[in-house]
Write a protein that binds this ligand. Sequence first.
Ligand SMILES: [Zn+2]
Length: 153
Amino acid sequence: MSDNYLTVIPTDPYWQPGRDAADRAAAALSRMLPDDDARRGLEAKWNDGVEMVWCGSNLERILCPRCGAECAPDWWAESVSQRYDEGFPTLVVTVPCCDGETSLNELAYDWPMGFARFRIEVLYPNRSWLTDEELATLTDALGHPLRQILIHI
Ligand SMILES: [Zn+2]
C-alpha cells in the first residue's frame, strides 16, 4: 500500500509558529478530517533547518514564476541538491530560462510542494485537498498563511 500525506506548511519557508499557535492550527485541521483513523495520523513537526516538502510522484512539472517556461528537471534537481548541501541558508536561484532570480520555494510546482521548518502532516488523511475556506481557517489559527501539499509516495 502506498503512503499518502496531507501536509500544510507556512508560505515563508523560514517561519516557525509558537507552540500555542501550532496547537490551535493542529486542532483546527483535526476537525477537518473525516474520522478518528485520519486524526491519529496528524502530527505537527518543527525542524531546525529548512526541509524540502516534496509531493512525491504527484510532481508533474515545474514552471518559472517569472516567464512561465518549464524548468528542466535536471537543472532543478541540481539546484536543490546544491542548496541542500549548503544547509538551505538561502533558497534563491537564478533560473536559466530568463536569467532572473527567484526562490526555489516560489517556483510554480504542479502539484504544489515547498520548503519549510514547520509542518503539520496527516498520514492517510482519508480526504483530498482542503478548500480555500478551510485553508483560511488554518491561516487564522496559525497566524501565518499556509500552502497545502498532497504527498503520494
Ligand atoms: Zn523564466
